[in-house]
Design a binder for this molecule. Structure first.
Ligand SMILES: Nc1ncnc2c1ncn2[C@@H]1O[C@H](COP(=O)(O)OP(=O)(O)OP(=O)(O)O)[C@@H](O)[C@H]1O
Ligand SMILES: [Mg+2]
Length: 245
Protein backbone atom coordinates (compact mmCIF):
# COMPACT_ATOMS: atom_id res chain seq x y z
CA UNK A 1 0.00 0.00 0.00
CA UNK A 2 1.32 3.43 -0.94
CA UNK A 3 -0.33 6.43 0.72
CA UNK A 4 -0.21 9.76 -1.11
CA UNK A 5 -1.53 12.99 0.45
CA UNK A 6 -2.61 15.83 -1.82
CA UNK A 7 -1.75 18.64 0.54
CA UNK A 8 -0.92 22.31 0.78
CA UNK A 9 -1.13 24.83 3.61
CA UNK A 10 -2.80 27.08 1.05
CA UNK A 11 -6.35 26.61 -0.18
CA UNK A 12 -7.62 26.53 -3.75
CA UNK A 13 -4.36 25.36 -5.36
CA UNK A 14 -5.68 22.26 -7.15
CA UNK A 15 -5.38 19.56 -4.46
CA UNK A 16 -8.80 18.04 -5.06
CA UNK A 17 -8.58 18.24 -8.87
CA UNK A 18 -5.29 16.32 -8.68
CA UNK A 19 -6.54 13.86 -6.04
CA UNK A 20 -9.52 12.85 -8.19
CA UNK A 21 -7.68 12.65 -11.51
CA UNK A 22 -4.67 10.79 -10.11
CA UNK A 23 -6.96 8.37 -8.25
CA UNK A 24 -8.86 7.73 -11.50
CA UNK A 25 -5.63 7.02 -13.40
CA UNK A 26 -4.35 4.78 -10.63
CA UNK A 27 -7.57 2.74 -10.77
CA UNK A 28 -7.45 2.67 -14.59
CA UNK A 29 -3.95 1.17 -14.31
CA UNK A 30 -5.54 -1.75 -12.47
CA UNK A 31 -4.35 -0.67 -9.02
CA UNK A 32 -6.87 -1.09 -6.23
CA UNK A 33 -7.32 2.55 -5.27
CA UNK A 34 -9.05 4.37 -2.42
CA UNK A 35 -9.56 8.09 -2.22
CA UNK A 36 -10.12 9.35 1.33
CA UNK A 37 -11.79 12.73 1.54
CA UNK A 38 -10.58 14.41 4.76
CA UNK A 39 -11.94 17.86 3.92
CA UNK A 40 -15.23 19.10 5.46
CA UNK A 41 -15.91 20.79 2.10
CA UNK A 42 -16.40 17.28 0.69
CA UNK A 43 -15.21 18.23 -2.80
CA UNK A 44 -13.84 14.78 -3.73
CA UNK A 45 -17.05 13.20 -2.51
CA UNK A 46 -18.96 15.66 -4.71
CA UNK A 47 -16.86 14.88 -7.80
CA UNK A 48 -17.48 11.15 -7.34
CA UNK A 49 -21.13 11.74 -6.48
CA UNK A 50 -20.91 9.90 -3.14
CA UNK A 51 -22.32 10.95 0.24
CA UNK A 52 -21.64 9.66 3.75
CA UNK A 53 -24.24 7.17 5.02
CA UNK A 54 -23.94 7.83 8.79
CA UNK A 55 -24.66 11.13 10.50
CA UNK A 56 -21.37 12.88 11.48
CA UNK A 57 -19.54 9.99 9.87
CA UNK A 58 -16.01 11.46 9.68
CA UNK A 59 -16.08 12.38 13.37
CA UNK A 60 -17.46 8.94 14.28
CA UNK A 61 -14.71 7.24 12.28
CA UNK A 62 -11.99 9.02 14.22
CA UNK A 63 -13.71 8.33 17.55
CA UNK A 64 -14.19 4.61 16.75
CA UNK A 65 -18.00 4.81 16.71
CA UNK A 66 -17.98 3.41 13.18
CA UNK A 67 -15.38 1.15 11.56
CA UNK A 68 -13.47 1.59 8.30
CA UNK A 69 -15.49 -1.10 6.41
CA UNK A 70 -18.71 0.79 7.32
CA UNK A 71 -17.55 3.95 5.57
CA UNK A 72 -15.88 2.73 2.36
CA UNK A 73 -18.08 3.10 -0.68
CA UNK A 74 -17.67 2.00 -4.27
CA UNK A 75 -17.59 4.49 -7.11
CA UNK A 76 -18.95 3.96 -10.62
CA UNK A 77 -15.36 3.30 -11.72
CA UNK A 78 -13.68 -0.08 -11.56
CA UNK A 79 -10.95 -0.36 -8.88
CA UNK A 80 -11.89 2.97 -7.31
CA UNK A 81 -13.36 3.28 -3.82
CA UNK A 82 -13.94 6.33 -1.64
CA UNK A 83 -14.28 7.27 2.00
CA UNK A 84 -16.48 10.35 1.65
CA UNK A 85 -16.41 13.30 4.00
CA UNK A 86 -19.02 15.42 5.69
CA UNK A 87 -19.13 18.64 7.67
CA UNK A 88 -18.21 16.77 10.90
CA UNK A 89 -14.64 16.64 9.55
CA UNK A 90 -14.33 20.23 10.78
CA UNK A 91 -14.11 18.84 14.33
CA UNK A 92 -11.16 16.54 13.64
CA UNK A 93 -8.53 18.75 15.23
CA UNK A 94 -10.46 19.09 18.49
CA UNK A 95 -11.22 15.39 18.50
CA UNK A 96 -7.60 14.42 17.90
CA UNK A 97 -6.33 16.54 20.82
CA UNK A 98 -8.54 14.46 23.11
CA UNK A 99 -7.07 11.13 21.94
CA UNK A 100 -4.19 9.29 23.61
CA UNK A 101 -2.02 8.88 20.52
CA UNK A 102 -3.20 12.14 19.01
CA UNK A 103 -0.46 12.36 16.36
CA UNK A 104 -0.79 8.75 15.18
CA UNK A 105 -4.54 8.19 14.91
CA UNK A 106 -4.67 8.48 11.12
CA UNK A 107 -1.79 6.05 10.79
CA UNK A 108 -3.64 3.46 12.88
CA UNK A 109 -6.79 3.88 10.76
CA UNK A 110 -4.71 3.48 7.58
CA UNK A 111 -3.44 0.14 8.91
CA UNK A 112 -6.91 -1.22 8.12
CA UNK A 113 -6.53 -0.36 4.43
CA UNK A 114 -3.61 -2.61 3.51
CA UNK A 115 -5.62 -4.44 0.83
CA UNK A 116 -5.45 -1.26 -1.30
CA UNK A 117 -2.50 -0.67 -3.60
CA UNK A 118 -2.86 3.10 -3.52
CA UNK A 119 -4.59 5.34 -0.97
CA UNK A 120 -4.96 9.02 -1.89
CA UNK A 121 -5.83 11.50 0.85
CA UNK A 122 -7.59 14.68 -0.25
CA UNK A 123 -6.51 17.02 2.56
CA UNK A 124 -8.07 20.26 3.73
CA UNK A 125 -5.73 23.26 3.58
CA UNK A 126 -3.98 24.28 6.80
CA UNK A 127 -1.32 23.10 9.20
CA UNK A 128 -2.75 21.60 12.38
CA UNK A 129 -2.80 18.42 14.43
CA UNK A 130 -4.73 16.71 11.61
CA UNK A 131 -1.95 17.65 9.20
CA UNK A 132 0.68 16.38 11.61
CA UNK A 133 -1.23 13.09 11.56
CA UNK A 134 -1.14 13.19 7.77
CA UNK A 135 2.61 13.90 7.62
CA UNK A 136 3.28 11.02 10.04
CA UNK A 137 1.05 8.55 8.25
CA UNK A 138 1.75 8.91 4.55
CA UNK A 139 4.53 7.72 2.25
CA UNK A 140 4.39 10.86 0.13
CA UNK A 141 3.07 14.39 0.44
CA UNK A 142 2.18 15.68 -3.05
CA UNK A 143 1.96 19.45 -2.92
CA UNK A 144 0.46 21.45 -5.80
CA UNK A 145 1.88 24.98 -5.94
CA UNK A 146 0.64 27.87 -8.06
CA UNK A 147 3.79 29.71 -9.23
CA UNK A 148 2.95 32.93 -7.38
CA UNK A 149 4.57 34.70 -4.44
CA UNK A 150 1.97 33.69 -1.84
CA UNK A 151 1.97 30.07 -2.92
CA UNK A 152 5.76 29.95 -2.72
CA UNK A 153 5.56 31.53 0.75
CA UNK A 154 3.20 28.73 1.80
CA UNK A 155 5.64 26.14 0.42
CA UNK A 156 8.47 27.67 2.42
CA UNK A 157 6.36 27.74 5.59
CA UNK A 158 5.59 24.04 5.19
CA UNK A 159 9.25 23.17 4.63
CA UNK A 160 10.19 25.16 7.72
CA UNK A 161 7.53 23.26 9.67
CA UNK A 162 8.98 19.94 8.48
CA UNK A 163 12.44 21.04 9.59
CA UNK A 164 11.35 22.32 13.01
CA UNK A 165 9.34 19.18 13.71
CA UNK A 166 12.01 16.77 12.46
CA UNK A 167 9.74 15.45 9.74
CA UNK A 168 11.25 13.79 6.67
CA UNK A 169 11.17 16.46 3.97
CA UNK A 170 12.28 14.00 1.31
CA UNK A 171 8.72 12.60 1.37
CA UNK A 172 7.44 15.94 -0.02
CA UNK A 173 7.06 16.14 -3.79
CA UNK A 174 5.73 19.38 -5.27
CA UNK A 175 4.29 20.09 -8.65
CA UNK A 176 3.17 23.35 -10.21
CA UNK A 177 -0.52 23.78 -10.84
CA UNK A 178 -2.75 26.39 -12.48
CA UNK A 179 0.25 27.54 -14.49
CA UNK A 180 -0.53 30.48 -16.77
CA UNK A 181 1.95 30.57 -19.65
CA UNK A 182 1.12 34.22 -20.41
CA UNK A 183 2.54 35.32 -17.07
CA UNK A 184 6.27 36.00 -16.80
CA UNK A 185 6.11 35.65 -13.03
CA UNK A 186 4.92 32.04 -13.40
CA UNK A 187 7.88 31.23 -15.68
CA UNK A 188 10.38 32.94 -13.41
CA UNK A 189 9.16 31.17 -10.27
CA UNK A 190 9.07 27.82 -12.02
CA UNK A 191 12.64 28.16 -13.31
CA UNK A 192 13.82 29.14 -9.86
CA UNK A 193 12.10 26.21 -8.13
CA UNK A 194 12.89 23.50 -10.68
CA UNK A 195 16.41 23.59 -9.23
CA UNK A 196 14.91 22.23 -6.01
CA UNK A 197 14.78 18.45 -6.16
CA UNK A 198 11.48 18.45 -4.30
CA UNK A 199 9.74 19.62 -7.50
CA UNK A 200 8.45 17.20 -10.11
CA UNK A 201 8.93 18.12 -13.79
CA UNK A 202 5.27 17.61 -14.73
CA UNK A 203 2.88 20.46 -14.09
CA UNK A 204 -0.79 21.29 -14.60
CA UNK A 205 -1.58 24.47 -16.57
CA UNK A 206 -4.56 26.69 -15.91
CA UNK A 207 -7.15 25.14 -18.24
CA UNK A 208 -10.90 25.50 -18.39
CA UNK A 209 -11.29 21.74 -18.97
CA UNK A 210 -10.07 21.26 -15.38
CA UNK A 211 -12.53 23.83 -14.08
CA UNK A 212 -15.35 21.98 -15.85
CA UNK A 213 -14.96 19.07 -13.42
CA UNK A 214 -17.38 21.01 -11.23
CA UNK A 215 -20.08 21.15 -13.92
CA UNK A 216 -19.54 17.61 -15.14
CA UNK A 217 -19.00 16.19 -11.63
CA UNK A 218 -16.55 13.70 -13.09
CA UNK A 219 -12.82 13.10 -13.48
CA UNK A 220 -11.55 14.90 -16.57
CA UNK A 221 -11.00 11.69 -18.57
CA UNK A 222 -14.73 10.98 -18.62
CA UNK A 223 -15.64 14.13 -20.60
CA UNK A 224 -12.37 15.40 -22.16
CA UNK A 225 -10.17 12.34 -22.52
CA UNK A 226 -8.19 13.65 -25.48
CA UNK A 227 -7.74 17.18 -24.10
CA UNK A 228 -4.42 18.78 -23.21
CA UNK A 229 -5.56 18.88 -19.58
CA UNK A 230 -6.06 15.10 -19.57
CA UNK A 231 -2.59 14.66 -21.10
CA UNK A 232 -1.04 16.83 -18.37
CA UNK A 233 -2.63 14.72 -15.62
CA UNK A 234 -1.47 11.53 -17.39
CA UNK A 235 2.10 12.90 -17.51
CA UNK A 236 1.89 13.84 -13.83
CA UNK A 237 0.62 10.36 -12.92
CA UNK A 238 3.45 8.71 -14.90
CA UNK A 239 6.01 10.75 -12.98
CA UNK A 240 4.31 10.13 -9.62
CA UNK A 241 4.28 6.39 -10.37
CA UNK A 242 7.99 6.43 -11.18
CA UNK A 243 8.95 8.43 -8.10
CA UNK A 244 6.48 7.18 -5.49
CA UNK A 245 5.19 3.65 -6.25
N1 LIG B 1 -5.49 23.47 -13.54
C1 LIG B 1 -6.60 24.17 -13.31
N2 LIG B 1 -7.06 25.04 -14.23
C2 LIG B 1 -8.20 25.74 -14.02
N3 LIG B 1 -8.94 25.64 -12.92
C3 LIG B 1 -8.54 24.79 -11.96
C4 LIG B 1 -7.35 24.00 -12.10
N4 LIG B 1 -7.20 23.23 -10.99
C5 LIG B 1 -8.24 23.53 -10.20
N5 LIG B 1 -9.06 24.45 -10.76
C6 LIG B 1 -10.28 25.06 -10.20
O1 LIG B 1 -9.90 25.86 -9.11
C7 LIG B 1 -10.74 25.65 -7.99
C8 LIG B 1 -9.93 25.06 -6.82
O2 LIG B 1 -9.43 23.81 -7.22
P1 LIG B 1 -9.40 22.60 -6.20
O3 LIG B 1 -10.73 22.43 -5.53
O4 LIG B 1 -8.84 21.43 -6.90
O5 LIG B 1 -8.34 23.19 -5.16
P2 LIG B 1 -8.06 22.73 -3.64
O6 LIG B 1 -6.63 23.01 -3.39
O7 LIG B 1 -8.54 21.35 -3.44
O8 LIG B 1 -9.01 23.74 -2.85
P3 LIG B 1 -9.37 23.66 -1.27
O9 LIG B 1 -8.16 24.16 -0.54
O10 LIG B 1 -10.55 24.56 -1.15
O11 LIG B 1 -9.67 22.22 -0.96
C9 LIG B 1 -11.84 24.72 -8.46
O12 LIG B 1 -12.92 25.50 -8.90
C10 LIG B 1 -11.22 24.00 -9.64
O13 LIG B 1 -12.16 23.61 -10.59
MG1 LIG C 1 -9.83 20.54 -2.01
Amino acid sequence: MTVLALYNLKGGVGKTAAAINLAYLSAADGLKTLIWDLDPQGSSSFYLNVKTVNKNETKKLFSNEVEIPDVIQGSIFENLWIIPSDISARHLDVLLTELKHSKRKLRSLLNNLKEYDVVILDCPPGISLLHENIFNAVNWVLMPNIPTTLSVNAFETVMEYFKNNELDKSKVKCFFSMVDHRKNLHHEIMQQFYKDKLFLKSYIPYLSDVEKMGINQQPIFEYANSSYAAKCFRDLWSEVKKVCL
